[in-house]
Every structure is written in C-alpha cells, then in structure tokens.
Design a protein around this ligand. Structure first.
Ligand code: ZN
Length: 406
C-alpha cells in the first residue's frame, strides 16, 4: 500500500512552474514563474525577473492561475467516507480538488471513545505521504445547544473529566474546539482551551450578544459556520416588532474574530446577500470559507452513495447534503467549488478569494509563515486551476500529485 502511494506522488527536486498567472497575497503576476526547491517556494516573479535553473523539471501552467492550495478547517470527510472511518480516502478526495491542508473535523454525532479511536487512526495516517495534508483536528462539539444542528441526540453537557480525557488523547492534533457559550460550564471549558492553546470557536448556539462578547474578551476567536445553527435566546421580546440580535451579530460586530461560511452554489447555507453583508462587516481578512463536507463531499461520481446506515441516497440538491433524517447536514462541497461559489455570489477577485480559501485560515491557525499563500520560503502547496476553479495540477509540499491516481 505504502509503495503504491509513494509511486503515485512525484519526486522532490527543483521544479519550475512557468506560463502561469500567479495569485499572491496582494496581486496577480501575469506570465509568472515559481521556483520550487525541495518542499519550499524558493523564488517567484514575472518571467523576465527570474533565473530559471538548468535541468529543472518544468511544469507548464498553460496560462492558468497558479494559486496556494486550499485550506479547509472544517471538513468531516469526502470521497464516500468520514475521517473517522477512512481518513486516507477522505484526504485523497479533497486533494483531488486542490485542498492541501485540512483539519479533520469530528462531529457531535460521535462518542468520546470514537473521538479517541479516531485520533489514533489519524496519527498513523498523518505519517503517510498524503497524510501531510491533515494538519490537525477540529472538534465540532459535543458541547453544543441541542436546539441547533442536525440530529443533536448525542450532544452533551460539559463535564471536565470528559473533555480532559478527550484532550489527553488528542492533544497532538486538536487545533479548534467549538462549543455553545450559553451552556453550564462553558466559561471553565473556554479557559481550559485557552490554557492548551486550542482555538475557541462558538457555534450551534443561541448565546446572547453580551455572553458572546464576554467570551471574545476571554479569547474566543472563531464563529462556527456563521448563519447556520445559530439562533436567539428565548423569550423573544416584542416578537414580530423587532429583529433580535444574538451570537451572529456579536461575531459580525467584533473586528478580530474570524467567521466560517459555507458557500454552496444555491446560497442555501448562507444567502448571497448575507455573504456580501458578512464580507462588508468582517472585511476580507476575517472570513474563512469551509466545505463542512460529510462523506458525500468531493465525490467523483455523484450519482448515489450510501450513508452510514447503508441507506441509499441521491444527492440531487446541488451541493447540499441531507442526513438520514432529511436534515441539512453539512455539504457535498470541496474547496474549489466553495471558492467558485464565493466569487459568483459576492463578485470578489482572485486575491480575495484565496484569502478566504487559504490565507485567513492559515493566519487563524498561526501557520501563515508556512502555508496559505504563494510567498518565498513558504511550503510549496500550490495548485494550478482555471478561472472557474477547475483544478488541473496539485503540488503538495513540493511534490507533484498524480491526480489520476487518486
Ligand atoms: Zn460541521
């Protein structure tokens, strides 16, 4: 197995990407050249300003965009599998669509023992060639408000002995942990996360804006899929007479917190006007597109799949995903589609699109010196794609991925 994977992935060595439109953090360099040495971007610029080393492997971008690989911080699976069941398959499915860094996201449908078993499996997968793509775990729950989310039968009360046990097993992997701030014990839990350098994320919640502001002061940094699974605390005062404010507005108001959005093609998760409003309020540096893909994400063949219970399911609703209870449950997106939709819905250009698709996520994770943009010295996680985000080539840490082998 391991040998086959190794032969699927190109050799390291100096590579030169030519004839591309390079999307950097600030601009697009037409007729650009990138020199890749080992796993790093060695140099980049316009064709006439770069010395191309003799004997290097040339990659012709054929006039396409040359962009940073996507970073997906909220992704439960893809290619027919959840990360908990087959991380290797899920990683490859998203790699095919240009995602070069992903946080394996474990949902609130899992037991603590399932979390712990998944950490063990992921630690093995990360050591493989393609496993480099997995840069950690995002815990979505289980300490969430049961009124918000798809099939919340397994969300549970916050107990220190539970989260300490899960943390101990996943301490090398856990980067983000989402919880509902209104739950009993949330303050202590947030303090625990802060002490462990885990990014605090609020979601599946109806916390009032004062509560959210308190958590922001104490280190809350992220809103989990803004506009999805969020509500207002009861009782509604003057129902029908005023529009209440709550967690979503608190996150929109704060300048520093990041917010995730799921940009599906039909604007079901977040209406196109709401995406524009979010961009206007948060600015282009604080919005992070995610796939929130479940097992049906990034599939090659979209005709039908079977869910965990073996129920056949026809994904005919664009890129939405419904669970066996017919509830909206994540999506079938991969990041290429998410970013294409984001551009279609909001009119942003390529530079902003790749902030939302890569750089902002890297900054949130404190990894923007390593990944998230095309810059000298960063890891050579690069994709070549056309203007509609159809991915043609993927380079993972300086190695060309044979997409047909995935
Ligand atoms: Zn999710």
């Amino acid at each position: 197995m391991e040998n086959r994977l190794l032969s699927d992935i190109g050799r390291t060595g100096t590579k030169v990407i030519m004839n591309g439109r390079i999307v950097t953090e600030n601009n697009v360099i037409d007729d650009g050249v990138i020199i890749v040495r080992g796993d790093r971007i060695k140099a980049l610029g316009c064709r006439y300003g770069i010395n191309v080393p003799a004997g290097a492997e040339i990659i012709d971008a054929k006039g396409n965009l040359v962009c940073p690989g996507f970073i997906d911080i909220h992704c439960h699976g893809g290619g027919g599998f959840l990360f908990k069941d087959n991380a290797d398959a899920a990683l490859k499915a998203h790699l095919r669509h240009g995602t070069t860094s992903v946080l394996a996201t474990l949902s609130y449908h899992m037991t603590d023992n399932e979390y712990i078993e998944t950490f063990q499996k992921l630690e093995k997968v990360i050591k493989t060639d393609y496993g480099k793509q997995c840069i950690g775990v995002n815990m979505e729950g289980p300490y969430l408000n049961p009124r918000y989310g798809a099939d919340t039968s397994k969300v549970r009360a916050i107990k220190a002995e539970d989260y300490e046990r899960v943390y101990e097993a996943g301490r090398k992997l856990i980067r983000i942990w989402t919880f509902a701030p209104e739950l009993d014990g949330a303050k202590d839990f947030a303090a625990f996360l802060k002490s462990k350098n885990i990014i605090q994320s609020a979601g599946h919640s109806e916390a009032d804006h004062e509560t959210v502001n308190e958590f922001i002061k104490n280190g809350l940094r992220l809103g989990c899929h803004l506009m999805n699974a969020m509500g207002f605390p009861p009782p509604f005062v003057f129902k029908g007479a005023i529009r209440e404010v709550g967690i979503a507005e608190a996150l929109l108001w704060d300048d520093d917190t990041y917010v995730e959005v799921i940009p599906d093609s039909k604007g079901v998760h977040v209406r196109p006007l709401m995406l524009k409003l979010i961009l206007k309020l948060k600015g282009v540096n604080r919005v992070v597109a995610i796939s929130d893909a479940f097992l049906a994400g990034a599939l090659k063949d979209l005709e039908y799949i079977k869910d965990e219970k073996g129920l056949e399911y026809v994904p005919d609703e664009g890129d939405l995903y419904y669970n066996g209870l017919n509830q909206l449950c994540g999506s079938r997106l991969s990041m290429d589609y998410a970013i294409r939709n984001m551009m279609n819905h909001t009119g942003i250009g390529f530079v902003d699109a790749f902030k939302i698709g890569a750089l902002n996520a890297a900054a949130l994770l404190g990894m923007d010196d390593e990944i998230g943009s095309i810059r000298e010295g960063k890891k050579a996680n690069i994709i070549i794609a056309d203007e509609k985000m159809n991915v043609k080539n993927v380079i993972l840490e300086g190695r060309r991925v044979q997409l047909s082998g995935l």
